[in-house]
Write a protein that binds this ligand. Structure first.
Ligand SMILES: [Zn+2]
Length: 388
């Protein structure tokens, strides 16, 4: 589901640029919630608690978010009625959705409606999920079997946390490529002022804005979430509940390259749709939390990937990366930024040391090493004393 107004859609399309030398400052989209309630969640989850389902309710936040949050409710509330729990959690969540944000969401809805009511799609078959026509058989089979073993059998992990696999049929790539070109021609002919996918790309289009939202929701729910559950559980892979789907276009008369950055997503799917091009390699530089986003790259974290049409790359949004110059031809990539409102909410309660951040882990190991050395020294000193 994607629900406008979910936490996941809040920071729509803010990529945070990072400086290449690793010393710069990152300015993420700032957002100041105001307090309207003193309701608090507890720091320690009640792991044995069985949460209610909220799927049948019309809510301004994802039902999955409520289910995930439940185990963090204060003890006395845990066995209360579903309504009382819902009200308590909703009050907390509404703190993060002030008036200005609701207006923005409403305007964006109207903007989409305007496009969809006037734009005539070229290939209607793209607008509903038809898995057998979209995906290569190996990918479909692995997802249908849905085991770690079946998923690993189609994937390579050329660098830690970067997964690559064959995904889209050439015919589907061609249709989507043409649909995007058709949309661009419509934009040009009608002089419609469209919003570009993010702050860093001047070209490209938001697929969700011209009718592909439902199909992409399905793509996230039925295909990306099963994979993320296995490979990215540490960043909320199982609770992905909203997405931002777009294409980026590179070439001499388009965007040429893309600077070093992290995505506003928990998990990013990046699939090359073609066509003929050279250059445009993705470079990766390790996963980092907000605090460590500009820290040094270790040699083993440095990895370059050359796009192959139809092939996908799946990585954490916090995996620092960029795209080298596309030196000839024209390249279009499909991007799906998948977000988890539950992960984002829970992250606020964890301030230090993330197990998915390469730098947090390095520092933790360093502290352990120092404490072992100190202990060894202490033992040596004592045994020295006892023998004299
Ligand atoms: Zn960190």
């Amino acid at each position: 589901m994607s629900g406008d107004g979910s936490l996941g859609e809040r920071k729509q399309s803010n990529q945070a640029p990072i400086t290449a030398n690793g010393n710069g400052v990152v300015v993420p989209g700032s957002f100041v919630p105001y307090a309207t309630t003193n309701n608090r969640l507890s720091v320690n989850p009640s792991k044995d608690h069985k949460p209610e389902s909220y799927e049948d309710l019309q809510l301004e936040f994802s039902p999955l978010l409520f289910s995930s949050l439940e185990q963090y409710l204060p003890q006395p509330l845990l066995n209360g009625s579903r309504d009382s729990k819902l009200q308590y959690m909703r009050d907390i969540l509404l703190r993060y959705s002030p008036e200005g944000e609701r207006v923005r969401v409403q305007r964006h809805k109207e903007y989409r409606q305007k496009i969809i009511s006037s734009y005539q799609p070229l290939y209607r078959e793209l607008y509903t999920m038809q898995a057998a026509n979209f995906f290569v058989p190996s990918f479909l089979k692995a997802i249908t079997e849905n085991t770690e073993e079946s998923l690993r059998s189609i994937m390579s992990e050329p660098s830690q946390g970067v997964y690559t696999f064959e995904m889209l049929q050439p015919h589907f790539c061609e249709l989507l490529f043409s649909e995007v070109e058709h949309f661009e021609r419509w934009v040009h002919a009608t002089k419609f002022r469209i919003m570009r996918p993010n702050t860093m790309n001047k070209y490209g289009a938001v697929l969700d804005d011209f009718g592909l939202e439902t199909m992409l929701d399905k793509l996230m729910d039925d295909f990306i979430r099963p994979m993320s559950r296995v490979f990215f559980s540490d960043v909320g892979g199982f609770t992905l509940d909203s997405h931002h789907g777009f294409v980026v276009e590179y070439g001499m008369d388009r965007d040429v390259e893309l600077g070093f950055h992290v995505d506003d997503s928990e998990v990013t799917l990046n699939v090359c749709l073609g066509k003929q091009f050279s250059g445009g390699e993705l470079f990766f530089r390790g996963v980092r939390c907000d605090k460590h986003v500009n820290s040094e790259t270790r040699p083993e974290e440095s990895f370059d990937y050359s796009h192959v049409p139809g092939h996908a790359v799946l990585h954490r949004g916090r995996h620092r990366h960029g795209a080298r110059a596309t030196t000839s031809g024209h390249r279009i990539n499909l991007l799906l930024w998948c977000r988890s409102s539950a992960f984002r909410e829970l992250k606020k309660y964890q301030k230090d040391c993330f197990n998915w951040c390469g730098e947090c882990q390095r520092q933790k190991n360093e502290r352990q090493r120092q404490s072992i050395t100190a202990t060894k020294l202490e033992i040596l000193k004592r045994s020295g004393k006892s023998t004299t």
